[in-house]
Ligand binder design. Structure first.
Ligand SMILES: Cc1ncc(C[n+]2csc(CCOP(=O)(O)OP(=O)(O)O)c2C)c(N)n1
Length: 328
């Protein structure tokens, strides 16, 4: 990346790095303990995709909305979701963000505008579009960001939602995290490619593809989209090109499955967005090694505390099994 960082506030650059490092470390910790089978939930790790959640959410205010997917740990944390309640949710505890009923695919923290993640692929897209509509109808000053990946982009719900968002000029930002795979199926086997997403007339819905492993590229693209939404000019579409380095679900690599090569995975691991950004920050003197070390230790302590909180929290009571099924 040749981008000149001098124009950015120091505080912003440090925050972008800290947030990516934190999301990365939280997920590595989850992964390292997953084999104990104490987290009774499937997990979908977004290791390697940290720059997208962080680059997008750094442009958002607390009252802006996001809707997320099954691979949503990063979105939740980047939007300010509570770490303890995230880990407690993975341990299915009453103190979890969904009171232990949802597991890792059903994260939510409405206090920071995280309006929920969905295990239904593409399910968050119409929800996020509806949040944009609600915002417009109530004449509120909010933006609604929808995170979804290439499997969801195969679905009709995306095209219906884009159409509606353009028609109504909704303050919606479609963030397409193209990590190239839906389970074992490569995106090239399912989609006609860029001709689909990047051909809307600019005034209807600007659309761009960026390097999803570059936090500054994602940040810049989102900044423009947020400005457009706040000016009530309508939706934007951002494709963030990235790669899922871990297996579809669970811990570890899935290279033995044979749908992609180990070399390809290694190539993308070498493009780790967290490491890439640390190298730039060190090179440009934004941070030094000691400061990074202190960040690492701070995050490690916070993670240990969150896991202790989760492990010591009570499970939901059996007699409460029907609680929270319906709203009052
Ligand atoms: C409507 C629906 N169809 C199928 C599934 C099963 N499923 C779960 S995750 C997944 C792949 C999703 O791929 P993508 O949207 O690219 O997200 P990624 O896992 O790559 O982050 C599928 C097919 C589902 N949960 N919901």
């Amino acid at each position: 990346m040749t981008m000149n960082l001098k124009k950015y506030p120091h505080k912003l650059l440090v925050k972008l790095y800290f947030d990516m490092l934190r999301i990365n470390k939280v997920q590595l910790h989850i992964e390292s303990l997953y084999h104990l089978d104490e987290m009774k939930t499937p997990i979908h790790l977004s290791i390697g995709q940290e720059a997208i959640a962080v680059g997008v959410c750094a442009n958002l205010r607390q009252n802006d909305y996001i809707s997320s997917s099954h691979r949503g740990h990063g979105h939740y944390l980047a939007k300010g979701g509570d770490l303890k309640r995230l880990i407690a949710e993975l341990y299915c505890r009453e103190t979890g963000c969904s009171k232990g009923r949802g597991g890792s695919m059903h994260l939510v923290d409405t206090s920071v505008g995280h309006m929920g993640s969905s295990s239904i692929v593409g399910g968050g897209i119409p929800i996020g579009t509806g949040l944009g509509l609600a915002t417009q109808m109530k004449a509120e000053d909010r933006v609604s960001v929808i995170f979804f990946s290439d499997g969801a982009a195969d679905e009709g719900a995306l095209y219906e939602s884009i159409n509606f968002a353009i028609l109504k000029k909704l303050p919606v930002i479609f963030v397409y995290e193209n990590n190239q795979f839906a389970v074992c199926s490569h995106v090239s086997a399912r989609q006609a490619g860029e001709i689909i997403f990047h051909k809307t007339p600019h005034d209807a819905m600007p659309s761009q593809a960026v390097n999803g492993n570059s936090v500054m590229d994602v940040y810049e693209a989102t900044k423009q989209a947020v400005m457009r939404a706040r000016q009530k000019s309508g939706p934007s579409f951002i494709e963030c090109k990235t790669y899922r380095v871990r297996g579809h679900a669970g811990a570890g690599s899935d290279e033995k499955l044979g749908y992609r090569t180990a070399e390809e995975i290694r190539e993308w691991e070498a493009k780790c967005p967290v490491r890439a950004f640390s190298e730039i920050l060190l090179r440009d003197g934004v941070l030094n090694e000691t400061e990074i070390q202190i960040m690492e230790e701070t995050i490690d302590c916070e993670i240990d505390e969150a896991f202790r909180f989760a492990q010591r929290s009570p499970l939901p009571k059996p007699e409460d099994v029907t609680k929270y099924l319906f709203c009052d």
